[in-house]
Design a protein around this ligand. Sequence first.
Ligand SMILES: Cc1ncc(COP(=O)(O)O)c(C=O)c1O
Length: 380
Amino acid sequence: MKFQLKLPNVKNSIFAVMSQKANEFGAVNLSQGFPDFDADPKLIDLVTYYMKKGCNQYAPMPGVPALRQAIVKKHQAHQDVEYDVNTEITVTAGATQAIATAIAATVCPGDEVIVFEPTYDAYVPLIELQGGISVPIELKAPDFKPDWADVKNAISPKTKAIIINSPHNPCGSVLDSSDLQELANILKNTKVLIISDEVYEHIVFDEKPHVSISSNRELRKRSFVISSFGKTLHTTGWKVGYCLAPEVLTNEFRKAHQFIVYSVNTPMQYAIADYLQDSTAYERVSSFYEEKRNLTLKLLKKSSLKPLHTSGTYFQLVDYSHTNFENGIEITNYLVKEKSLSLIPLEPFYQKYEAPKLIRICFAKKDKTLKKGLKSLNAF
Ligand SMILES: Cc1ncc(COP(=O)(O)O)c(C=O)c1O
């Protein structure tokens, strides 16, 4: 049967493809962004506790109140920004559902949505599913920060939203408050919305803070601020995230959310709410990953592949431009087949611009996994 395809050019995500190749070739998997170590046993015990206590039926549509309260408290402590527990926060099935829902709730056919290339792979298909048009702006090496003049030029009467991602996957760049002020000045007299993907908010290095979009008053009023406990608590498989947004935006978000997913798994929500009462649960994550970044840099010293600077996230880019490999697909295929190491090429993050000769390493792994995997790069 033939029918009109909505996403004719979309293929399997590169993360799934490279993880599958890692399994096929018995390679060390430093490709997909998930830890190979477990979450805190205390957190797992809390899930069991709440399951045994009978918290196994539908949670309230916006999320269990205890978790909403804990998130609002965390955001206040971390960013000094207040959100209302009842009207400005929704618990979601991971950040992906929050991003999909924010787009579904706001983007109409023909609307333009500005994205930055390299672009996390979910954004463009999610825009296109709503009939929207993505407008890519290039982030240039080596610092991969937006050129705000490009953003100003890209805004048209059709621009509905901008998707921001800081700390940035795959580049590891972070925005600071002067970036946010530049963006605020550009958007001041427009109705452009922001979908701010802040899933790596608790993974920032070199004693620099994460500056949430919400910390700028002009931006807060037009933003969906999205995060994920998958990244913060090493529980990517639980798919629990959230969306903070002013009431008027949260109302629209929840209209879509209630029919897309209705609510999110109940025992995990109660467990995370309890776990967050101790703020070290998220405060220690940056230093934990900073050690892994530093170990990665140390291990890369034996290789001629040059690392770029990573200010946040658990990804490290390395430059292979001095080798004979034509592109990232070629070098990552070679590595997985011949050197038993699975990494991510940058080409799938690009639609309009040419991908630089960089590949991505995920360092959310045990030290022994990093040592074993990165040894393969000494051959360069
Ligand atoms: C930038 C970015 N946004 C969103 C997600 C998805 O988060 P979740 O697993 O909570 O849906 C990821 C996961 O890798 C990511 O890197």
